[in-house]
Design a protein around this ligand. Structure first.
Ligand code: ZN
Length: 137
């Protein structure tokens, strides 16, 4: 069994791609992905959410970053060579309450593999990038 699958099986903390600290297993998919067997990990330090496939040996399905701009909650998600910039009207709580009222602001293809880190977006620059996108969207 691979190391990733071990993480999945025992819900060990998943190392955050951004800060390297352990992201906790949260037993709730914040998004809506019907019927897919996934496990969600959340790094509270970075507000990064990782969706991992249990069936495929802990393969990363998506990486998301949450932030607030002008009191509103937004999310960047990178998944399968596509990334999305979304507004969340009623943000949930990791592991407890689902996000509600998610609307798409922008979707873009990028040259990457599934689950890749969001291109050029980090917890440090996400607010600046979002402000730019909001200005021109
Ligand atoms: Zn982190």
């Amino acid at each position: 069994m691979s190391e990733a699958a071990d993480f999945q099986k025992y819900h060990q903390p998943w190392p955050c791609k951004f800060c390297g600290r352990p992201a906790s297993y949260v037993p709730l998919n914040m998004s809506t992905s019907g019927g897919v067997s996934v496990d969600i990990y959340f790094c509270h330090n970075c507000r990064a959410e990782y969706m991992l496939s249990f069936r495929k040996d802990g393969e990363t399905i998506s990486t998301s970053l949450y932030t607030e701009v002008n009191g509103e909650t937004y999310r960047w998600t990178a998944s399968f060579g596509f990334y999305q910039f979304q507004h969340i009207k009623h943000p949930g709580t990791p592991g407890l309450v689902k996000n509600e009222g998610i609307s798409q602001i922008k979707g873009l293809f990028f040259n990457g593999n599934k689950g890749d880190i969001i291109p050029d977006i980090t917890p440090e620059n996400i607010n600046e990038k979002l402000r730019t996108y909001l200005l021109f969207s």
